[in-house]
Design a protein around this ligand. Structure first.
Ligand SMILES: Cc1cc2nc3c(=O)[nH]c(=O)nc-3n(C[C@H](O)[C@H](O)[C@H](O)COP(=O)(O)OP(=O)(O)OC[C@H]3O[C@@H](n4cnc5c(N)ncnc54)[C@H](O)[C@@H]3O)c2cc1C
Length: 456
């Protein structure tokens, strides 16, 4: 067997973990990548990194969908990009079996070091009917399709004569009052407010946005520690006319609307689920120890427990904060910091140094509640209103992987007063299904070298 003279690093997923692992690996290995001693391959079915943080702004029409998306080939310039789904990890042969998008054949990508940053999926089983009739937001263009859908339903309501049908077209029910649910409620309200100028129907009847939540307060993640932020968020949503159904669970989504566990049924053309995520263990990694929801439990250095060359971070990982003994939250900042640490540790390993445990203490959290309104918790300090909104904006711009995309997003913010109304008038259709994207491909095998050969 031919001896390998360079180290092959394979990154599964071009999300937050992937991007930041890549960057700190490049930084930490100096010339090793340029001189070919270390090669990096990124595998992802999408062509772009999705900045989920701008989801609310995309729905509200503040930021164009393309300004949430950073092209993978630009943000991983020194890596080979394989556009496909990792289907299986063969840990004996050290290779990943990949189904390339648009091909019936599978390929093998060999690795010496493997980074898993494949995130999670929206759970489509938690509320029956979500897959068929519900709306979820995680996909590459989920928020943009929701925005288009709101516009299209408003157009339909404008033509509809029947009062009850009009109301149903303009009624939006959201399951879950966590960060995503709250941001979506505010974003839809903000979009409808902008549309009001151009649509008579919105001047005649009040659209309804209903947040259904199993607990007794919005943002349960922070409500005990930071009541000022929760109170502010609640007030802003009430000002927008959002109605709450607390202590209530959504139990089914049908073509007509949402059934709740208190026996009521809300007629609505749009039902959005923001609750629950799931992980389908990647074949070949099933024996890794996992927590209840399927996240891989890591060692302090972010390797899968007992693995020597498999690293995991972000939403797919269960990482214990060293100092607090608690699991790290699942959000972008933690995924970024874990990705960074994985890249640093790998660089240390490849340059003969000891790896270090992940000790990041956290920074805070933020949410947008429409234009000019936000909440931020920064190391225990609480900010609300415009200050929080602007802080969050700059923080997100800083972490947008492509500088070009960040600049375009900044220009959109700066031109908000003149640009926003135009962005709500767009002819694309959002009424097609918003869930389920994985493509089925055949099972023929093609070697990795077959697809990389033409690149040189
Ligand atoms: C609508 C929405 C809004 C959010 N808003 C915020 C926010 O405001 N602030 C915040 O901090 N967090 C927010 N989050 C959460 C945040 O986006 C996640 O915590 C973060 O994306 C996790 O990063 P990750 O790298 O683990 O996974 P991701 O960023 O999800 O990346 C996973 C990548 O893996 C790829 N992938 C999946 N399966 C495979 C496979 N089999 N083979 C190859 N590639 C694969 C995917 O295509 C994707 O590119 C939001 C999430 C959503 C859905």
């Amino acid at each position: 067997m031919k001896k390998q003279n360079h180290t092959r690093v394979v990154i599964l997923g071009g999300g937050y973990v992937g991007v930041h692992a890549y960057r700190s690996l490049i930084k930490g290995t100096g010339d090793l990548v340029r001189t070919g001693k270390v090669s990096i391959t990124v595998i992802d079915p999408h062509t772009h990194h999705v900045f989920h943080g701008w989801s609310g702004e995309t729905v509200a029409g503040v930021i164009r969908d393309e300004n949430r998306l950073s092209p993978l080939r630009q943000i991983f310039p020194k890596a080979t990009i394989v556009r496909g789904y990792a289907k299986r990890v063969d840990r004996v042969e050290q290779k990943v079996i990949v189904a390339p998008v648009g091909s019936d054949e599978q390929i093998e990508v060999p690795y010496d070091q493997l980074i898993i940053g494949t995130g999670v999926r929206d759970s489509l089983d938690l509320i029956p009917g979500t897959k068929e009739y519900g709306v979820t937001l995680r996909g590459e263009s989920g928020p943009d399709m929701l925005r288009q859908r709101v516009i299209e339903l408003t157009e339909r309501a404008e033509l509809e004569k029947n009062e009850e049908k009009r109301r149903s077209l303009l009624r939006f029910v959201i399951a879950g009052a966590g960060f995503t649910g709250v941001e979506m409620a505010a974003a839809i309200a903000e979009l409808l407010k902008t549309l009001r100028t151009d649509y008579r129907v919105l001047q005649e009847i009040e659209p309804e946005i209903i947040l259904v939540h199993a607990g007794g307060t919005v943002l349960p993640q922070i409500s005990e520690e930071f009541p000022k932020l929760t109170d502010y968020a609640t007030r802003q949503l009430l000002d927008y006319g959002v109605r709450f159904r607390f202590w209530t669970r959504m139990i089914e989504i049908t073509p007509e609307g949402a059934a709740l566990n208190d026996g009521t049924f809300i007629t609505a053309k749009t039902v959005i689920s923001t609750i629950g995520t799931s992980i389908k263990p990647m074949p070949g990694t099933e024996d890794f120890r996992r927590e209840m929801l399927g996240r891989i439990i890591t060692s302090p250095d972010l390797r899968a427990e007992k693995a020597v060359n498999i690293w995991v971070g972000g939403d797919s990982a269960h990482v214990i904060q060293v100092k607090r003994g608690k699991a790290c939250p699942q959000n972008a900042l933690w995924a970024i910091k874990q990705g960074e640490q994985i890249g640093k540790n790998l660089a240390r390993l490849l340059t003969g140094m000891e790896v270090k445990p992940f000790t990041y203490p956290g920074l805070g959290q933020a949410a947008s509640l429409g234009i000019g309104k936000g909440i931020v918790e920064l190391r225990g300090m609480q900010f609300t209103g415009v200050i929080a909104w602007v802080m969050r904006l700059f923080f997100f711009l800083h972490f947008t992987p492509s500088r070009r995309v960040a600049f375009r997003a900044l220009v959109e913010w700066a031109t908000l007063p003149i640009g926003k109304r135009n962005r709500t008038l767009n002819g694309k259709s959002g009424l097609s299904t918003l869930v389920g994207s994985e493509k089925k491909v055949g099972s023929g095998f093609l070697r990795f070298s077959d697809i990389t050969a033409h690149r040189n």
